[in-house]
Design a protein around this ligand. Structure first.
Ligand code: DC
Length: 244
């Protein structure tokens, strides 16, 4: 067994750019490990939706941070069997699919780039990391939110491969999109996510970087599972799950 002194040894942090396959990998991994799944992008997306609805300027950091502090955003296990990985409530309303719309894609990166917004959403993310075994997905989980996570993974893939995946996913949901527009949107979001001053998208120094261009989803999950099991022995995970 690999020894770790991490206070958050029960956390698997999965970071990476948009459409690198993080959510798919994380769901399968969480199932195999009997862990919770928490996609932190949902928080930023729910806030972006609220910003659109309230017609607030996405550049208005002050108003955005106030809104982030006022809103009640809850990410809970799926409440409807329609392919969702989690249910997202915004002030009690189920917005699970609405936060995945292209209109939200268009504003979520600038909204999430503000330091005050990130600070407002940080405690929510850290609360979830403080309990049972959990797989947390985001951009800065291993570098900022839970820097002492037991396992840190950074998933990457080429922009073209990511655009192909995002395009297929949107088409499957019946959303009419153009491939070049999807690719351009991903490149735009990459530039904002990696270029922002506040916790930019980057691999933590001690993260395992996996390029998923030529790896299947099960292959990626196998590699992460192996790491997690080396740290959380199954018995310990079960005991901890039953006693918390
Ligand atoms: O993973 P996603 O596409 O649902 O994330 C939506 C946006 O939220 C993404 O453009 C960057 C931002 N995000 C972030 O800044 N930090 C996180 N931990 C998660 C998401």
């Amino acid at each position: 067994m690999v020894e770790t002194s991490a206070a958050h040894r029960w956390v698997v942090a999965i970071d990476g750019p948009a459409a690198a396959g993080k959510s798919t990998v994380a769901q399968l991994l969480a199932d195999r490990l009997g862990a919770l799944l928490f996609d932190t992008g949902s928080l930023y997306r729910a806030l972006a939706l609220a910003v659109l609805r309230a017609e607030i300027d996405p550049a208005d950091e002050c108003r955005l941070a106030e809104l982030a502090a006022e809103l009640d955003i809850a990410v809970v296990p799926p409440t409807v069997r329609d392919g969702r990985l989690a249910t997202v409530h915004l002030d009690g309303e189920d917005v699970t699919w609405e936060i995945r719309a292209p209109a939200v894609d268009a504003v979520v990166s600038p909204v999430s780039a503000h330091p005050a917004v990130r600070a407002a959403l940080l405690p929510h993310q850290r609360r979830i990391a403080s309990g049972l075994p959990v797989v947390i997905v985001g951009r800065d989980i291993g570098s900022v939110v839970v820097p002492d996570a037991g396992v840190k993974i950074f998933l990457e893939a080429s922009p073209e491969e990511r655009a192909r995946r995002r395009f297929a996913e949107l088409r499957e949901r019946g959303v009419e999109v153009d491939f070049d527009a999807v690719l351009a949107d991903l490149r735009r979001r990459d530039a904002i996510d990696t270029g922002r001053a506040a916790s930019p998208l980057r691999a933590a120094a001690d993260a395992l970087v996996l390029n998923t261009d030529r790896l299947t989803v099960p292959e990626v999950v196998d590699r992460i599972e192996e790491r997690a099991r080396a740290i959380w022995t199954p018995t310990e995970a079960v005991v901890r799950g039953e006693t918390q």
